[in-house]
Design a binder for this molecule. Structure first.
Ligand SMILES: [Zn+2]
Length: 303
């Protein structure tokens, strides 16, 4: 998902600054009741949820590592949850060394300023860094300091983390695979039980989204704990179901386009009954069909 207030507030002088501070106030209120919940996944790896994109943390002798950091108003609560991970330790005893941004959207990167201020090194795909820079509300906004295109590996807490440089949700996605723990954070390349959001205006596409899902499916097995960008913890079967749903709904829209049906015709009929329950507030059935329709027009029917 994405948050527009950052972009809205950018580059329009005093009015922009006022709008920005108002937006921050509104954000704080919106997050007043959010609680950060910790779910142990495997050994030293934990899933953390609050509001916004799911997080994964590693806690062990090398310190802490965090994948995504939700919204700025939650940063203190996320930090408290990190400190409370087994064995509880302050950040000076067990430093937060790395924060990985799975992509640039504000519900995954809002804590960057707070955690960079705690000494964490931010990592992201180079193209995600470009978008974070473009959306930065102030010149001193912390940005990823280590970037990559295809990917990079981190050896941490006895595990090897593969950061896979991917695309499809945006043009700067990362999935993080903890090889030993057998945990995959898919970022927003996977929404469990919902139609995915494909941010075409940030370089996303349905074809790249499916290719990235196929790459992740190749990498994992039936025991892998798969953390979606949004939704509860999942497994390979759930990720495969998402891939099949996208393929089936796209093929249906491609056939409709070939038969000369308009977007409103396609939306009036809707998706196949089996997929209707995947609609949610942000990506309704109509919006999902619109994303597919636009993709078919731009990229052709595919196979
Ligand atoms: Zn997103």
């Amino acid at each position: 998902m994405m948050v527009k207030v950052w972009q809205q507030a950018r580059g329009i002088g005093i009015a922009g600054a006022l709008l920005f501070s108002t937006s921050i106030q509104a954000q704080s209120d919106r997050f007043a009741d959010v609680v950060i919940t910790t779910l142990p996944l495997q050994d030293s790896v934990f899933m953390l949820t609050g509001a916004g994109g799911n997080m994964v943390a590693s806690a062990g002798p090398d310190g802490l590592l965090l994948v995504d950091d939700q919204f700025a108003p939650l940063a203190d609560r996320i930090e408290a949850a990190l400190i409370a991970l087994p064995e509880p330790a302050t950040l000076s005893e067990r430093p937060l060394k790395y924060v990985i941004n799975t992509h640039h959207h504000g519900d995954h990167t809002g804590g960057n300023r707070h955690f960079a201020g705690r000494g964490a090194i931010l990592l992201a795909r180079e193209s995600a860094r470009v978008r974070l820079l473009d959306a930065a509300p102030t010149p001193d906004t912390p940005l990823p300091v280590i970037t990559y295109s295809d990917g990079i590996k981190i050896y941490f807490n006895g595990d090897r983390l593969q950061l896979l440089g991917l695309a499809g949700h945006t043009d700067g996605d990362t999935a993080v695979f903890f090889e030993q723990a057998n945990v995959l954070h898919a970022g927003d390349l996977f929404f469990k039980g919902r139609f995915p959001y494909i941010d075409v205006d940030s370089g996303g596409s349905v074809g790249a989204y499916m290719a990235s899902q196929a790459r992740m499916l190749d990498l994992i097995d039936d025991e892998t704990r798969v953390v979606p960008g949004h939704g509860p913890v999942a497994d390979k079967h759930d990720l495969a179901a998402s891939y099949r749903m996208i393929a089936a709904t796209r093929a249906a829209v491609a056939a409709d386009v070939k038969a000369g049906r308009s977007l409103s015709d396609i939306q009036a009929r809707g998706v196949a009954a089996a997929y209707r329950s995947l609609a949610w507030a942000f990506i309704t059935e109509e919006r999902w069909l619109q994303i597919l329709y636009r993709d078919v027009l731009e990229h052709g029917a595919g196979d």
